[in-house]
Design a protein around this ligand. Structure first.
Ligand code: GLC
Ligand code: CA
Length: 584
């Protein structure tokens, strides 16, 4: 029986990001597409994730591979048709899953008809759809002010047609929309409503923090900071005071929320791509939890692999996002070095981080391929198709590596290579040469090789996801730190749910050290229902010896109904897998 849930579905869900161009090529042109995603829904379902987020596949010149939209209502032909898109929404729903689209509200492509009109003359009715200003000296020699783009350098572009400059927060071919124009706001809210009407369950909001720019156009203040980072987006020697995190953007989060709340059966959600410290990020969610439902917390991508760092991270998230807010656990995406890269390719460590991600309180976001340990592909900048790589083309290779180690990819192709389905020449992604090279390590990191192996990373993810799906405590229980005396490198907490008719507790122990650790004899009683090492299930937790980099979940009646082994459940999501039900 469904327990009485304390929280809405989107707080209990698990999310899987698909970069459609790289997931599966359904028609043999080397480019992933919507039919490809459809063809792989069985796989996604067998993995056990509940919500899919797809990077943009709208009409676009693809200069930033879809993050440069030229028609928000049309599907880019290389990805398919509107009919394919509707079929995908229907099929995802038919499987009891949800689907999230990527909304690029901040800017359009320079080829969007609005911008084509806007740039054509000073008096064009669409002129004010974008942000146009005169240069400081009235010409092409000096931009209107000192504002830098998110990638460094002036964000202003001189446009010879009218002699004015337009503002672009990201790359020059992505002009920012002017949200101070009520027509623009109404038009973009129309786009949002349109896709929610089509049945989309949530929206991921691209660089949401840049939406409003200060109307004064005053210079940004100087800062000593050279490089921006996840927890501090300021850099390139300025504080992006007038261009990022504007109070009007925070207010707009609430306005957008009200629009999304018009859609109630089922409720929908918003997740924002914003950057900054936890306090700044929380502001986007609204003081009364009436703003964005979720924001990405990228700090997990930078946390060191030690018990101390991980505990600090979780503590910080818990403090900044107490109920009714919810943290998010993000270990990778289409802009960042792949997770396994930071772990030196170690699958045991990846399993442990997956155990953290899928047992902590918050919404986990998995990036395609993470579940099989897909690695970054070291592609030289000059071979990069990514426009960011083109922009930084002149930077020496050693510096690229230094950036990558800091979590910044200058060539994002490296983390967007084709999904590795098998060890064939194109990794089973396509029948022809794919748009990006397949990673040479496809022989071990591929779905076919890991599918039947109970010890594989893939099956570890499956077991964790199945466990979470069957455990209301893991989905929505409070996170309570363990009071046991344990070595510093063991992160231990319980997830506790106590709602009417359902009391449940799951104890989590994560060993971030290279030594074995014996759990105390007076630990809360229970049996192991999950271990990164498959064979430990069913063992009593008291006195259990945690292997190096092992994570376990225990439940106080877990032994009686410990889950079936991964090998027997690997091709279905094992709806029969039940978490020990109510212990009241
Ligand atoms: C976001 C996207 C990134 C894109 C940029 C501009 O950061 O994640 O891929 O290039 O916005 O839209
Ligand atoms: Ca294709």
């Amino acid at each position: 029986m469904e327990p009485a849930h304390a929280s809405p579905w989107w707080k209990r869900t698990t999310t899987y990001q698909i970069y459609p161009r790289s997931f599966f090529d359904g028609n043999g042109d080397g480019i992933g597409d919507l039919r490809g995603v459809l063809a792989k829904l069985d796989y996604v379902q067998s993995l056990g994730v509940e919500t899919l987020w797809l990077s943009p596949f709208f009409e676009s010149p693809q200069a930033d591979f879809g993050y440069d939209v030229s028609d928000h209502y049309a599907i880019a032909p290389e990805y398919g048709t509107l009919a394919d898109c509707r079929t995908l929404i229907r099929e995802v729903h038919a499987r009891g899953m949800k689907i999230v689209f990527d909304m690029v509200l901040n800017h359009t492509s320079e080829h969007h008809p609005w911008f084509v009109e806007s740039r054509s003359s000073l008096s064009n009715p669409k002129r004010d759809y974008y942000i146009w200003r005169d240069g400081r000296r009235g010409g092409a020699s000096a931009p209107p002010n000192n504002w830098r783009s998110m990638l460094g350098g002036s964000g202003w572009r001189h446009d010879p047609v009218t002699g004015q400059w337009y503002w672009a927060s990201f790359l020059g071919f992505q002009p920012d929309l002017n949200y101070r124009n009520p027509e623009v706001k109404a038009a973009m809210l129309g786009v949002v409503r349109h896709w929610l009407d089509e049945g989309v369950d949530g929206l991921r909001l691209d660089i949401f923090n840049a939406l409003f720019k200060d109307a004064s156009f005053a210079d940004n203040p100087f800062s000593w900071r050279a490089m921006p980072s996840e927890d501090n987006p300021h850099g390139f020697f300025q504080r992006h005071h007038h261009t990022i995190d504007h109070p009007d953007t925070i207010a707009f989060a609430r306005e957008l929320r009200a629009v999304v709340d018009e859609f109630q059966s089922p409720p929908r959600f918003l997740v924002g791509e914003v950057f900054g410290d936890a306090r700044t990020l929380r502001r986007y969610c609204g003081e009364a939890a009436d703003g964005l439902h979720l924001v990405f917390l990228f700090a997990a991508m930078r946390a060191r692999f030690t018990g101390h760092s991980v505990r600090k991270l979780v503590e910080q998230f818990e403090r900044a996002f107490p109920d009714p807010f919810s943290p998010t656990y993000v270990l990778g995406n289409h802009d960042r070095p792949r997770l396994i890269h930071r772990l030196g390719g170690r699958h045991d460590k990846a399993k442990l981080l997956a155990a953290l991600q899928l047992t902590a309180r918050g919404v986990p976001f998995l990036y395609y391929g993470e579940e099989i340990g897909m690695e970054n592909h070291d592609i030289p900048l000059h071979e990069g198709l990514d426009p960011v790589a083109t922009r930084y083309r002149a930077i020496p290779r050693w510096l690229v590596g230094a950036f990558r180690r800091r979590g910044i990819l200058l060539n994002r192709d490296e983390c967007r290579t084709p999904m590795q389905w098998d060890d064939g020449p194109h990794a089973g992604f396509s029948s022809v040469t794919p748009w990006l090279p397949v990673h040479p390590k496809r022989a071990s990191a591929n779905v076919a090789a890991q599918d039947g192996d109970p010890r594989s990373l893939l099956n570890c993810y499956r077991r964790l996801l199945a466990l979470r799906r069957s455990s209301p405590a893991l989905q929505e229980g409070a996170l309570v730190w363990s009071e046991q005396r344990l070595p510093r490198d063991v992160v231990a907490y319980a997830r506790v749910l106590d709602v009417e008719g359902h009391r449940e507790r799951a104890d989590v122990y994560l060993n971030f050290s290279d030594s074995a650790v014996t759990l105390p004899g007076d630990a809360p009683p229970g049996r192991i229902v999950f271990s990164c090492r498959d064979e430990a299930r069913g063992a009593p937790v008291r006195g259990y010896v945690l292997a190096p980099n092992e994570g376990i979940v225990a439940s106080d009646d877990g032994g009686a109904r410990a889950q079936p082994s991964a090998a027997s459940e690997n091709s279905s999501i094992a709806p029969s897998t039940t978490w020990p039900s109510s212990v009241t």
